[in-house]
Ligand binder design. Structure first.
Ligand code: HEM
Ligand code: HEM
Length: 210
């Protein structure tokens, strides 16, 4: 389909619905996070450090969902490409990928600085953050670092490893994820979809090289 014939988001109700759903999904964990945070008020939140801890958790919840979206946006899913131009999906990916990464980085740095001790589930988060930083840096700084397309794209593939690490980390430690069934099941659902996308990506890769 040529660029001219590709429908824009404004023309297709399905595109609008999908965009709305994408906005609503991160609001679910945020709703439960807010409910818990409000129930803790006023006393503990009055300490800036506890407020920052709560904020770092909200960053992680939104960041995780945004990270998940990046696999959807770049998966070249036929139904999505019928609704949105590929160039637009990649553009959104670059923007939302940056925002998601920034939130996750803030989450990790805040919670690490607040408590420098490391234990397995936290170390997993640290490893995930280091890997994510490398993958995002490879994509964002490919030009100044003079990385070839093949190099940065290969490094960027490490994003596929980050997601399961972050999932295990969140399910081992997360107060919101573990404390509220709808959030827990949302995270499980996102992970199942991620896994299907990964399988599809592996099959596509094998077909390309085979
Ligand atoms: C949370 C952060 C991010 C994640 C999880 C992520 C993940 C991914 C994944 C899974 C792919 C598909 C790779 C493949 O299967 O071949 C991809 C492609 C790509 N990413 Fe990212 N990414 C992130 C951030 C970024 C950022 C910040 C940029 C650029 C500034 C970027 C630029 C790209 C580009 C240009 C592609 C190729 C898209 C295409 O040609 O279809 N990504 N990313
Ligand atoms: C230096 C790196 C990291 C550190 C030190 C860290 C630390 C923590 C800690 C201590 C918690 C438990 C908070 C609580 O509920 O009491 C947590 C939860 C969480 N982390 Fe990380 N993390 C790191 C990296 C990551 C990364 C890369 C992700 C990827 C998205 C992530 C996503 C999450 C999520 C979704 C939760 C659950 C929040 C909740 O249920 O309220 N973390 N992290």
């Amino acid at each position: 389909m040529t660029k001219e014939h590709k429908p824009s988001a404004g023309q297709k109700p399905a595109a609008v619905l999908l965009t709305l759903a994408a906005i609503l999904v991160p609001l679910l964990p945020l709703f439960f996070w807010l409910r818990e945070s409000l129930s803790l008020m006023p006393s503990p939140v009055e300490t800036p450090s506890f407020g920052l801890y709560l904020l770092a958790r909200a960053f992680a919840l939104i960041g995780f969902v945004l990270m998940f979206y990046q696999f959807i946006l770049t998966a070249r899913l036929p139904f999505l490409e019928k609704l949105f131009q590929r160039s637009r999906l990649v553009k959104r990916h670059r923007l939302l990928g940056r925002i998601g990464f920034s939130l996750i980085l803030l989450h990790g740095v805040i919670l690490l600085v607040q408590d420098l001790s490391l234990y397995s589930a936290k170390t997993l988060g640290l490893i995930a953050l280091i890997l994510l930083t490398i993958t995002v840096a490879a994509a964002s700084l490919a030009k100044p670092l003079k990385l070839s397309v093949k190099t940065w794209r290969t490094v960027h593939l490490a994003a596929y490893v980050v997601f399961p690490l972050a999932f295990i980390h969140a399910l081992s430690l997360g107060s919101t994820v573990l404390g509220y069934r709808p959030v827990y099941w949302l995270f499980v659902l996102l992970s199942v979809i991620y896994f299907l996308i990964l399988l599809r990506r592996i099959v596509r890769g094998i077909r390309k090289t085979g």
